[in-house]
Design a protein around this ligand. Sequence first.
Ligand SMILES: *Cc1c(COP(=O)(O)O)cnc(C)c1O
Length: 351
Amino acid sequence: MHWRGVIEQYREYMSVTDQTPVITLNEGNTPFIACRNLSKAINNKIRLYLKFEGANPTGSFKDRGMTMAISKAVEAGAEAVICASTGNTSASAAAYGARAGIKVFVLIPEGKIAVGKLAQAMIHKANVIQVEGNFDEALTIVKSIASDYPITIVNSINPYRLEGQKSAAFEVCDQLGGNPDYHFLPVGNAGNITAYWMGYSEYYKKGKISSLPKMMGFQAAGAAPIVYGRVIENPTTIATAIRIGNPASWKMAVNAATESRGEINMVTDEEIIEAYKLVAATEGIFCEAASAASIAGVIKKNKEGLFNEGDTVVCTLTGHGLKDTEMAINFSKRPVTVKADKTEVLKVLGY
Ligand SMILES: *Cc1c(COP(=O)(O)O)cnc(C)c1O
């Protein structure tokens, strides 16, 4: 079957009509991977799966929401869209905006986004504005501009973003053949955990799954406003995609965690990097550092004794590791350099 993107695949669950121009890059249908090696390294009594969202067209889950946001903006006659971004939203908005032939304005925190993401926004000809401030400040400006001018905001406060993103929960259930017991994911602006919970809840109401997973959201310890219950003025973490101190979907994320009997918790940068390296080394999956907060969360909760034998645990890996190659190189062993000589090479190989 030819996959035509998340709007066509899950049309009955989306707010689209025959009049909606579907702007798609055939996002979704991402790998759902059973991870025995990782499971062995953490707890071999659980069934661990990864939903690798880095395999979306622009390399992150943001594409699921962007196909809806841009399609609806074009339907409404918008000539321009705007967003604040830690990088992936701008990459996705730029790509879908290019495909739709509309103007894209993006505000990013200066020097605080991975270079791959900046490259994406630039090559797709978005109008990129670096703000001498953080994501939260950029979002405040964007919200104000969108309310004063005929420019559509495509951050996750745009309800169509979450609607598109809930498709990931549908896919997990379709690929697994039911619901997991736990779903772990990183939390930044908190839209994705909200969207997954919407998706699972809709599938449950339709009778497609027999019970609901517990939603387990993980913030970075230096950017954990929900965990501390207060806005963090200067969030800090190596995981730039979740470096957010005042999440837009704060309340909805707390609802998702509470209603599902899950939780919003946090992991340190050290734990994030350890998980980032572990999944790459044991499973051949290269994700973003922020994405690895989900696996770091599983490791943390496992140490606390959360899981029972046979539990099905899904982690969303939100973005692709290639977005930030500098990070990978910084945390890996350096290559050795030798003369162009077989004996020299063999020496290094240990033969
Ligand atoms: C956007 C993003 C997140 C955070 O998602 P929210 O919906 O803002 O909570 C996590 N990881 C990556 C790679 C992202 O791009």
